[in-house]
Each structure stands twice: as structure tokens, then as C-alpha cells.
Design a binder for this molecule. Sequence first.
Ligand code: RNT
Ligand code: ZN
Length: 423
Amino acid sequence: MYIPDEKTILQNYENAKELFAAYGVDTEQALKEFEKVGISIHSWAGDDVKGFESFENVHSENTVTGNYPGAARNGEELRQDLAQAMKFSPCTHRLGLQSMYAEPKTHKERRDYDVEDFRNWIDFAKERNMGVDFNVSYFTHPMMKDGCSLASPDEEVRRYWIQAGINGRRICEAIGRELNCTVFNNTWTPDGTKDNTADRMGYRARLKDSLDQIYAEKLDPRYIRDCMEGKVFSIANECFTVGSHDFYIAYAAKNNLGLTIDTGHFHPTENYADKISAVYPFLNGIMFHLSRGVRWDSDHTLIQDDGLYQVFQEIKRAGLIGQNICVGLDFFDAQVNRVTAWICGLRAAGKALLSALLEPTALLQEAEYAGNLGKRMALLDECKNMPVNAVWDYLCWKKNAGVGAAWLEEMDRYERDVQFQRI
Ligand code: RNT
Ligand code: ZN
């Protein structure tokens, strides 16, 4: 596979730097800003959202299709795979955890986990200087009843998950304190009904009450940010999703909490990037789950598409780089090598971020406010052909994160020598 040599990489970068400067863009500054945006890498793609608790015959509320060999089977393998993926990404990484990946010394209920049950993960993050994000896994567990947790009509079920939610927040605060970072604590529950319910209000009142109990405890806002993730529908919940977007936006605004925008969770033609400026002023933070929905919330691996580019363009244009926004990945496709998918997603997110940072936004806005809409349009189109890739190659070279597609050769080796040995 062709890899440009050092001289070519540097020469291309110098040329690009000059060209961007002509548009008023400082590439060195853009590279500094790039570091400020963490990308949270979702541990749960490494084992198809199975978790380490090994229940028999438990229903999964996350539809993952495919059967590619070599999935991680335990914490050690999952961390090994994550480390391999991060080798080929120049991004600033965060670690996206789920409570289903706890490693307690002796058996424990998911409801009862505490920070020590994540010690291996905390060490992993610490060694790599990563921030951490957390999700209580309100799914794939015997205490899910009829697909419901926090909104279940069964009081015992609700009590179980409320306790898991309360402990989850304490885990976040403790991790944040130890790593000196703000842990984004995301809440998603699959609760809903397949067919029409005759009591929408009842389910939503129960969800509200459960959340009120979970968020009642005041924790240090330097170390935890609470977000909730709504959704239009999921498989088996076609008629009714309790935690809809409207529900969580209203709940978050009222309670000064954050919102998670999963890019697969909207109607297929809806512009999720448009939502940033609509909700940010009223909420305490936004978390992104970058995913690629194909016709529905299919969780395909992230690649460079318009939607992804628009998310970073909006964050940049709104002046929100380094602000109260956390960007995470959320896709899973068991038809492809899971480490290859992580690398592909990380690199796609990184390129989209870099491209936004290199955009001559000031020129675009100046043309717009001067009433020169033709200029705005033409400049926007010119931007698509600017030499972003020369800056990207330079960044990957500087960070020793693999220039071009050469990382695929190393992935062939890793797959053969590591992943396929697990079978
Ligand atoms: C599901 C949500 C949620 C999950 C993870 C596993 O539709 O997107 O974020 O993917 O929590
Ligand atoms: Zn999600």
C-alpha cells in the first residue's frame, strides 16, 4: 500500500498551510483546537453490546446483526482491542463505558456496582490520559420486564433500576474526581411498547418519577454531567417510546440537565446538526452519539457523510469547540471486524472535525451579513475541495497514528495473530 514519505507529507502540509492562510485560516491554530475535542470511543462495540455478566437467554434490546469472528470476550481483550484501535487515530480519546462492563471481584448485581468494580478501566484510562464517559446499562438483563426498566409498571423493577441509576452517578463522580475530568453520564432506556398503549401518560409519569429519584442527589458538577438520550422508536417499540425527544428536552430544560443527541435516533431526513443551536442555550450540555443510521437506527459504522460533517461544522460555527459538548461514538455492526470499525469511525470523526476547524467560517459569515449570498454559496462549495487531507496526513504523521490506508495492513496482522486466535 502506498504511504507518502516524510518529505512529501511535509511539503504537502506547507502548501496547504499557505492556501488556508489565504482564506484567513491558521492551520497550526486549527491543530491546537483539534486536541480540545475529545472523541469518546464506545467500549460496547467490541463485544456487540453483550457485557461481562453472562446471563442465559436474556433478551438484548440493542439489535446487532452479523457474526464476525474475534469479538472480545472479557475486559482484557476489550481493552487490548481498544488500545489497538486508538493506535490509528490522532484524536484526543475518551473512554465510553457501560455498567455492563464492570469487573467485580465476586458476583454482584448490576444495581450494586461501585467505582472499584471499574478499577481496571480507570487504570486503563489513567495510563492513556483519557477522560471517561459512563452509561448505566438499562437493558439486556433479567430485571428488564416487558422491555421496560425505569418506566415499568412493576414497582420492584423500577426500584432495581433506580438504585442502579443512583449508584451509576456516584461511580461517575468518583471517576471524574480521580481523573480530574467531567464524566458525561448518559441515560438511555429502551422502555416502550410494541403496540399502542392506552396509557402514555402513566409510562411517562413513572419515568419522570424514577429520574427525579436518580437525580435527587447533588453531586459535584465539575466531575459529572447528566444527559438523557431520546429516540423516535426501536425494534419492538414501534408504537411508543417513553423517553422520546420531547420528553427529555423538556425534562432536561426544567432540571438543568444535558441532552444526548444520537444521530441515528431521528426521522431519516431530519437534520440533527440543526438541533445544537436550538437546544444548547437552554440545557446543561450536549452529548453526541455519532452513528450512521441507514433507513432506520441501524447503527452502521461511522463513515464520512454529510450529516457527520454538519455536526462538527455546527459545533465550530456556533463557537462551541471546547465548551459543554461531549462527542462520542455509538455504532455496532458485527459483520465487520470490530477494531477496523472503531478505527474507521474515529478517523471519520477526526477528519470531519479537522475539516470544520479549517473552514473559513469568518469569511462565510462576513459574506452572509454583507448580503452577498452568492459569495456565501460559492465559498461553501469551494470549501469542499480545500486540501484538508494534506493537514490530516501531517497530523497523523506527527501523532504516529498511521498515514493513509496503511493501517489496514497492520489490521490484517492483528486480526490473524490476535483476534482470530480467540476462536
Ligand atoms: C440505543 C442507544 C444507546 C445504546 C448504547 C449501548 O439506541 O443509542 O446509546 O446504543 O447505550
Ligand atoms: Zn446512542
